[in-house]
Design a protein around this ligand. Structure first.
Ligand SMILES: N[C@@H](CCC(=O)N[C@@H](CS)C(=O)NCC(=O)O)C(=O)O
Length: 137
């Protein structure tokens, strides 16, 4: 069994972010698919790995990281790949990168997720989008 594991769900966009980073850095790992609908991620042993009960979770030996952005940052530092050139070594540049990762996480992602839900998933399931929500985002 691989020492490195990504626990996630194929329908989770946060899992896809972590997956993209691992693949981009050519890391060998085992993908462990959890059943979100069955609430597998809210039960042990996963709750110990991810106390907020969210996916994805990355396990690399004794290192456990939850949250797609922390996983991406960790992967890009541990498995530094000169080809992808994603890591700034200069502390000032790291500060700037942290700022914009935070902005994306808190200001771009939440409205984007609402729009995806209204404009992609609802129509896919035969439901009309909520025009008020779409307009407000
Ligand atoms: N900011 C977190 C969000 C994690 C998150 O909310 N993941 C969703 C799947 S995309 C999840 O675990 N949902 C199940 C739940 O919250 O019960 C990240 O990027 O990893």
């Amino acid at each position: 069994m691989a020492a490195k594991k990504l626990y996630g769900a194929v329908e989770s966009q946060a899992t896809m972010r972590a997956l993209a980073s691992l693949l981009e850095h050519e890391v060998e790992f085992q993908f462990v698919a959890l059943d979100l609908n069955a609430g597998e991620h809210k039960k042990e042993p996963f709750l110990t790995l991810s106390p907020l009960g969210t996916l994805p979770i990355f396990q690399d030996g004794d290192l456990i990281i939850f949250g797609s952005r922390p996983i991406m940052r960790c992967v890009s530092h541990i498995y530094l790949n000169p080809k992808t050139n994603q890591v700034y070594m200069a502390p000032k540049m790291q500060g700037i990168v942290s700022t914009w990762i935070d902005v994306e996480d808190h200001h771009f992602d939440p409205p984007a997720l609402k729009l995806i839900s209204e404009l992609v998933y609802k129509p896919k399931n035969g439901l009309p989008p909520d025009e008020m929500t779409v307009a407000s985002e």
